[in-house]
Ligand binder design. Sequence first.
Ligand code: KG4
Ligand code: ZN
Length: 335
Amino acid sequence: MKVLAIETTCDETAAAVIESGPRVLSDVVFSQVVEHAPYGGVVPEIASRSHVEQLTAVIEDALDKSAQQPTDLDAVAVAYRPGLIGALLVGVTTAKALAWAWDLPLIGVHHLEAHLESAALAGEDTPPPYLGVVLSGGHTDMHRVDGEGRSRWLGGTRDDAIGEAFDKVSAVLGLGYPGGPAVEKAARTGNAAAVKLPRTLLSKDSLDFSFSGIKTAVLYTWRGLNATHQGRAPGAPDPEDICASFQEAVFDVLAEKIRRACRQESLDTVLLGGGVTANGALRQGLAQRLGNDIKLLFPPLKFATDNAAMIGALALRRLEKGEHDTLDLVAEAQP
Ligand code: KG4
Ligand code: ZN
C-alpha cells in the first residue's frame, strides 16, 4: 500500500510518499523559519499564507522524488488536528481535493499520535504496552499505550510545553528563533553545574509537568531579580552556562516523571517523539539517568521535528485495517 501524506499543522509545509513497511519513498519539508524569525515565533496568519503558497509545489516534489504517479497511490492522508486552525485548513482542504480528484480514500491523522509513530520509522516496531511521551512545541504529554487506538493519558504540562520553554529561554537570552536548537548548541560549551535552577516535580506521585517556574528563574538569572534590567544584568552568568544548567534541570524532571510513570504502570519501554527529541543532549541525558531498566526509543533525527512521513506511517496502519475517513473530515485546533 502507498500513501501520499500531508502535514501543515504549524510552520512546516510537508509532504511524503510512504509505503507499507513502513518505507519512506520521499519526504519533503519546507520550513517557514525564515518568515517567522523576525517575529521571534510562529505568526499564524503568515503560516497559513505560506502553506497556501508552498503546498502544491511540495506535494509535486514529493511525488517526483518517490517516482510515483497519483494512480500508484492507495490513499491521501493529512494531519487534521491539533494545530493552528488556518494552517490545518490548508492541508485538510488540499487533501480532500486530491482524494476527490484522484478517487482515493482520505485518512485524517492526529498529529501527536503521529509523533509517537515516528519512532517506527527507525525500522523497529515496538509491541505495546509502552509509555508514549510527546515532547513538542505545543505539548508535553505521557500516555500509556496498550495498542492501536487504545491509550490512556497519564499526565501533561500545566503551563508551558517543553519546546515552548526552550523557545522562551532562547528568546530571553537573545539566542534567536527557533530556540530549541540554539539552546542545545549554546549548552554544548556551558557548565551544567554553574547555575542553580528549580526542578518542579509537583506532588510526590504527580505525572504532570510545570515549566513556567524554570523559565522565570532563567529570566531573573539573566536580567536580575524581577527582570529589572533590559538585557543582561551585571554579573549574570554566561548564556552557555545558563543553557547547560537549564537543560540539566529539564532532563532531571523529565527522567523523574518517566521513572514515576513506568513504576506506576509497570512499564519498561518508553517511546518518545516530538521536536524536542531532536536534542542530542536530551537523548543522552535521559539514557544516563534512566539506566538499563528502562528502554528508550527515539525517532530517527530527521523525523523528530514536524514531517509528513510520520503522518503517512500512521495512516498506513489504518489503511491496512481497512479504515478511512470521508470527505466530511473537519480540521480541529484542539487535541
Ligand atoms: O514537534 P515540533 O516540530 O512541532 C510541534 O508539534 O510543536 O516541535 C517544535 C519544538 C520547538 O519548540 C523547537 O524549539 C523544539 O521543538 N526543538 C528543540 C530542538 N529542535 C526543535 N528543542 C530542543 N532541542 C532541539 N535540538
Ligand atoms: Zn509536531
